[in-house]
Design a binder for this molecule. Structure first.
Ligand code: GDP
Ligand code: MG
Length: 388
């Protein structure tokens, strides 16, 4: 039998972000190694994070690796993503719901374009706390590293993060991974900074249960399982739930987190829900599992949208009323008609107000973030301001 998940410490979701090759994956592996040596988790080697085998095996198109570990005071789920496009997609759509982030900046290279873009993204999706890992400090020159630190603090201040107060820790993921005591201590210092600087978020535990479906799988002999992060509320084995999108009401007959059975899942947890009597092909990624009657889907809403500049991988030409892109809302992908009102036109780099009419009903509410995509790339990031 599997060991049950025991909730002994508060749970937070964090992740590494930063420019490609600055050492995010190496640092993620190093964190798991340092903590595994303390007996507080399992070492996850670089190759397993970078290829995210669990996700690939299930045929998920989104590239995101989850690892879990514990410090003395907290339990963390940590995400790492391979490429810049994965960050844009996962962060803006909320697939990576981060309570805090570790911004990895190479002390050798300093701020690069994706460093700045990830800070901007973090701000837009409501990540309020960032801790900086000045990585590759083993290979960096001290004075140059001081300059990089100044530059990073300025960047954070420019995006409203209060750069003077942000912890900046000089680390070497690579040397810590090799077991070098000095750099192992640097990773411990980084984790202490995360423990103390990133506060426990308000979890909306009392709100009705809601989980956006990320993936659906079949467990032979047991039935259909949906996976995802609990957005709000709690759910227990035996609870009735509604699957919005599938128009099904059913009962949760099993609950797991990271392969361990649990009695109750709460907001912020990454879980798998076993649903009674639901056929595999009736539930899809993009559907929402919620407490019955707690959400009313809609298709018309107003939003504030940032149109990505060409430099950020966005469009090179403006959009106008009548534009019909895809909207990624939670885990759903829905076409929508854009009405820009009086402005009528939005240029790359602009932040605009728009009204959207979706092709089908989805659960919507003010404050909900989404991505605007076209031809397979993200061209905008927005927040719902009103539902009509
Ligand atoms: P990512 O793209 O941000 O995930 O970066 P990776 O973790 O894949 O690392 C990119 C390269 O930087 C690899 O060749 C690593 O070995 C190297 N690297 C990562 N961390 C360090 C470090 O702390 N010191 C040094 N010298 N090299 C590092
Ligand atoms: Mg990587």
């Amino acid at each position: 039998p599997k060991t049950a998940y025991v909730r002994t410490k508060p749970h937070l979701n964090i992740g590494t972000m930063g420019h490609v090759d600055h050492g995010k994956t190496t640092l993620t592996a190093a964190i798991t190694k340092v903590l595994a040596e303390r007996g507080a988790g399992t070492f996850v080697p670089f190759d397993r994070i970078d290829r995210a085998p669990e996700e690939a095996a299930r045929g998920i198109t989104i590239n995101i690796a989850h690892v879990e570990y514990e410090t003395d005071t907290r339990h963390y789920a940590h995400v790492d993503m391979p490429g810049h496009a994965d960050y844009v997609k996962n962060m803006v759509t909320g697939a990576a719901q981060l309570d805090g982030a570790i911004l990895v900046v190479s002390a050798l290279d300093g701020i690069m374009p994706q460093t700045a873009e990830h800070v901007l993204l973090a701000r837009q999706v409501g990540v309020d706390h960032i801790v900086v890992a000045l990585n590759k400090a083993d290979a960096g020159d001290e004075e140059l590293t001081d300059l990089v630190e100044l530059e990073v603090r300025e960047l954070l201040t420019a995006h409203g993060y209060g750069g003077d107060a942000v912890p900046v820790v000089r680390v070497s993921g690579l040397k810590a991974l090799e077991g070098d005591p000095r750099w192992t201590a640097s990773v411990e210092a980084l984790l202490d900074a995360v423990d103390t600087y990133v506060p426990m978020p308000e979890r909306y535990l009392d709100a009705p249960f809601l989980l956006p479906v990320e993936n659906v799988l079949t467990i032979t002999g047991r039935g259909t399982v949906v996976t995802g992060a609990v957005e709000r509320g709690t759910v227990r084995v035996g609870d009735r739930v509604e699957v919005l999108g599938a128009s099904v009401e059913t009962v949760v007959t099993g609950l797991e987190t990271f392969g361990k059975p649990m009695e109750e899942a709460q907001a912020g947890d990454n879980v798998a829900l076993l649903l009674r009597g639901v056929a595999r092909d009736t539930v899809r990624r993009g559907h929402v599992v919620a407490a019955p009657g707690s959400v009313v889907p809609a298709r018309r809403f107003s939003a504030q949208v940032y149109v990505l500049s060409a430099r950020e991988g966005g469009r090179t030409t403006p959009v106008s009323t009548g534009y019909r892109p895809q909207f990624y809302i939670r885990t759903a992908d829905v076409v929508g008609d854009v009405d820009l009102g009086e402005a009528a036109v939005a240029r790359p780099g602009d932040t605009v107000t728009m009204t959207v009419e979706l092709g089908r009903d989805v659960p919507l509410e003010p404050g909900l973030g989404f991505a605007v995509r076209e031809g397979g790339r993200t061209v905008g990031a927005g927040t719902v301001t009103a539902v009509h």
